[in-house]
Design a protein around this ligand. Structure first.
Ligand code: GDP
Ligand code: MN
Length: 377
């Protein structure tokens, strides 16, 4: 389960990690209050659990409490990548000299925690890995030994930080490892960790993902589990779809339980992870398909939507029209990959082609394309 930035920062702070001064606000007035407590320029950040928030307009600056109110009320009435913003984090604006990347995660193959360290901060780790594969330093922790201070020296060099910061970096890494162990975290990430204009290191963004399997050990978190998707599941149910939330990043629309399960298996087989699935059932009309596709394009975690339809009672042309309608209303949120065959397949394919949507005949091909797209994000 992913924690909100402000929750992750509260934890980080308790473990001595330097984070900007500020706190969460749920109303514009609260935002004003925090901004005046903090003083000077502030940053107002939408609290949503989707990545790329900054690029999606979820990170704003304000130079006075009055401006903070305006910015906060705009953010609090907006959606970031399809997710309603119900809280903002108001913090001092940090003067940034360099943006760095620092995270601690589990390397499943090595069966060890590993620090990922890079001078190229601010970019999402997946992009970082793709664009600058040589720029990520990996520092493994032997779980039987735990964190050891020499790791800070390696990290310091990789981050190209001055020697004077070795003590700060050492306690930062040590805190990250303690957070990982004590919270059963799969990920503790500061992106960016910044070098400030006055030569300090500060965690400007924070992300903690707690292993869902450990939630019984964290009753305070267990209460919160699934909160971000309850609304989404509720919407799917209200529309009368059979919908299941999973934890990956590929959204799936299919028809019939058998084909849906086969699609799940195939995604896992090709190394992908389904975010959810929605079964549109038999004989879905254009309108139903439109509703399903619209909803699924707005899912906060999925990075690509795979539509896998076998046309029996369901007609492929109706499905195609529904997809086109949905894209007309909420297009561009994420790539969509269609596989269909069966009743009125040719007409369906023609409609999609007219709108520059490719469709696959073979399920394997479509699944492979979806897995690739999920990696590209
Ligand atoms: P994300 O887009 O959800 O990862 O949001 P971040 O919190 O990482 O912020 C995105 C970007 O906004 C950062 O990489 C910084 O470039 C910028 N930013 C965020 N907070 C501050 C701040 O306090 N001062 C300055 N100068 N830039 C900031
Ligand atoms: Mn970030």
């Amino acid at each position: 389960m992913k924690l909100y930035e402000y929750e992750a920062k509260n934890i980080a702070k308790q473990y001595g990690v330097p984070v900007p001064r500020g706190r969460v606000a749920f109303t514009p007035l609260e935002a004003r209050q925090v901004a005046s407590e903090v003083g000077g320029e502030v940053v107002v950040k939408a609290q949503v659990l989707v990545g790329g928030r900054g690029l999606a307009g979820g990170v704003k600056f304000a130079s006075s409490p009055e401006e903070a109110v305006e910015v906060a009320s705009r953010l609090l009435s907006s959606e970031i990548r399809g997710v309603k913003v119900s809280a903002v984090l108001v913090e001092e604006k940090i003067c940034i000299s360099r943006e760095l990347y620092l995270s601690l995660t589990i390397d499943r193959a090595a069966r060890k925690p590993v620090f990922l360290v890079s001078e190229m901060g601010g970019v999402e780790i997946e992009d970082l890995a793709r664009r600058y594969p040589g720029k990520i330093k990996r520092i493994y922790i032997d779980p039987e030994v735990g964190y050891t201070s020499y790791m800070a020296r390696i990290a310091l060099t990789a981050l190209n930080l001055p020697w004077s910061l070795i003590g700060d970096l050492d306690s930062l890494l040590k805190s990250m490892y303690r957070i990982m162990v004590e919270y059963d975290a799969e990920l503790v990430e500061f992106n960016p960790l910044v070098l400030t204009c006055d030569g300090r290191v500060v965690a400007v963004d924070a992300k903690i993902i707690v292993d869902d399997n450990s939630l019984q050990r964290h009753p305070e978190l267990q209460k919160l589990h699934g909160r971000e998707y309850l609304d989404f599941e509720r919407r799917a149910k209200e529309l009368g779809f059979s919908y299941v939330e999973l934890d990956g990043d590929i959204g799936v629309i299919s028809n019939g339980a058998g084909l849906t399960m086969a699609t799940m298996d195939s995604i896992l087989y090709y190394g992908g992870r389904p975010a959810n699935f929605l079964d549109i059932g038999g004989g879905a009309t254009r309108d139903r398909v439109k509703e399903a596709v619209k909803l699924m394009l707005q899912h906060p975690r999925s990075r690509v939507l795979l539509v896998n339809i076998f046309g029996g009672i369901t007609r492929c042309d109706e499905v195609a029209l529904g997809i086109v309608d949905a894209l007309g209303e909420v297009g561009g949120l994420k790539p969509i990959i269609v596989r269909m065959l069966g009743t009125n397949e040719e007409e369906g394919r023609r409609i999609l082609r007219e709108h520059n949507i490719d469709s696959y005949v073979e399920m394997d091909e479509a699944v492979k394309a979806a897995v690739e797209a999920s990696r590209r994000g």
